[in-house]
Write a protein that binds this ligand. Structure first.
Ligand code: HEM
Ligand code: HEM
Length: 143
């Protein structure tokens, strides 16, 4: 297992990044599916289970990021703030899903928070493409 270095993210960081990205895809795909076709509401069970797992993984990934902060590739202040905002929503979206489950007031924000996360991920991917086109090999650090 390769550790994080200032040139490249390590094995565990990359596993977290791409494994969780696949889980988020599953979360949005299931929500879209049952909203388009009511007979697919049975997917809500898997959505909740994967969502709780994502919340737990976010805790582990965030602690891992803090532990390795000084050994990671350098980023601009804007990139750091962008990643921090992503983390905030990676916590808030599933937490609000759980609140919705227990009919707590914060639960009403679940759809909006999930949509915000989706928007931010869109921006995150756009920034990756932009940097890549400028000749900065950011994708190679995470790939
Ligand atoms: C990162 C994690 C999550 C994402 C990205 C996500 C995303 C979404 C999206 C986009 C919707 C559709 C919005 C709407 O129809 O209002 C939704 C609905 C819902 N989510 Fe999540 N969710 C996550 C985690 C969770 C968790 C952890 C739970 C509960 C344990 C949960 C429970 C629900 C419920 C109950 C609904 C509404 C189902 C219905 O239409 O009756 N979600 N979620
Ligand atoms: C096709 C999808 C994606 C691409 C191409 C992509 C690309 C990247 C790249 C190139 C980096 C390194 C940036 C740097 O060093 O400055 C990065 C880091 C990061 N990405 Fe993504 N990403 C994707 C999806 C996601 C998703 C879905 C999330 C979370 C919802 C996410 C959250 C993060 C975070 C928090 C970091 C900072 C490093 C860390 O703590 O893991 N990314 N991403």
């Amino acid at each position: 297992m390769k550790p994080d270095t200032t040139l490249r993210y390590g094995t565990l960081t990359r596993l977290f990044h791409w494994g969780m990205a696949a889980c988020y895809l599953f979360m949005f795909a299931t929500a879209l599916a049952w909203n388009l076709d009511g007979s697919l509401k049975f997917l809500i069970g898997a959505h909740k289970a994967a969502g709780v797992l994502l919340l737990l993984m976010t805790f582990a990934r965030f602690l891992w990021a803090l532990k390795n902060l000084r050994r990671r590739p350098e980023g601009s202040l804007k990139a750091k703030l962008g990643h921090l905002a992503l983390y905030a929503l990676m916590f808030a979206a599933p937490a609000s899903g759980m609140a919705r489950q227990f009919e707590a007031p914060f639960g009403a924000a679940h759809g909006a928070l999930a949509f915000l996360l989706l928007l931010l991920v869109g921006g995150h991917i756009a920034m990756t493409v932009l940097h890549q086109r400028k000749g900065e090999a950011v994708l190679q650090r995470m790939a």
